[in-house]
Design a protein around this ligand. Structure first.
Ligand code: AMP
Length: 191
């Protein structure tokens, strides 16, 4: 299964991703985690990405597409994968479609976590990640609204989008996701 998980900052993408990949036995591809690792390891991409992560802006598409392209070429991706936080722009989505189209391995499903703004702010306040400062959070919300949210229409038009209510407990949200996968990809038995 090839799945994309999108949702605003604080929607629970990281938490749910861990559960989904454990359940389906597929790799977890989080561009945010990959960028944080690159920064830690002081790679070229890491040094180019630092200012974007610390200000809450999106890293330019070419850097992200390079990271993802390298990751997808690893053999563990042959059985499928879950993208967490990618794609985040129309340009990334179009490039991904083209790349996967050439390989004849299209996406199966795009899960969108929908959570009220009040809940998002509460969760971010509890989390305490380096980019969870009020001004950076505002910028990340703006990037989500302007650049990432339009992807729901893009994927809805392709018949791939399933919106899941992400406001409950992690267990409740995960149950919604398992059901959505079963309904959307018949015969998958969520596996
Ligand atoms: P995340 O861990 O997914 O919330 O991502 C943290 C930060 O990494 C974001 O605020 C962006 O600066 C950067 N980032 C992660 N994924 C992407 C992406 N697909 N495109 C552009 N920037 C990204």
């Amino acid at each position: 299964m090839r799945i994309v998980l999108i949702g605003p900052p604080g929607a629970g993408k990281g938490t749910q991703s861990e559960r989904i990949v454990r359940h389906l036995g597929i790799p977890h591809i989080s561009t945010g985690d990959m960028l944080r690792a690159a920064i830690q390891e002081k790679t070229r991409i890491g040094s180019l990405a630092t200012e974007y992560l610390s200000s809450g802006r999106l890293v330019p598409d070419p850097l992200i597409l390079q990271l993802v392209g390298e990751r997808l070429s690893k053999p563990d991706c042959e059985i499928g994968y879950l993208f967490d936080g990618f794609p985040r722009t129309q340009g990334q989505a179009v490039s991904l479609d083209k790349f996967l189209g050439d390989l004849k391995t299209p996406l199966d499903l795009v899960l969108e976590l929908q959570v009220s703004e009040e809940t998002l702010l509460e969760r971010l306040a509890q989390r305490g990640r380096a980019d969870d400062h009020p001004q950076v959070i505002r910028e990340r919300f703006r990037a989500y609204r302007d650049q990432t949210k339009p992807l729901s229409d893009y994927y809805r038009d392709k018949g791939l989008l399933v919106t899941v209510h992400g406001g409950g407990t992690p267990d409740e949200v995960f149950q919604h996701i398992v059901k959505a996968v079963q309904n959307h990809v018949p015969g998958e038995d969520a596996k």
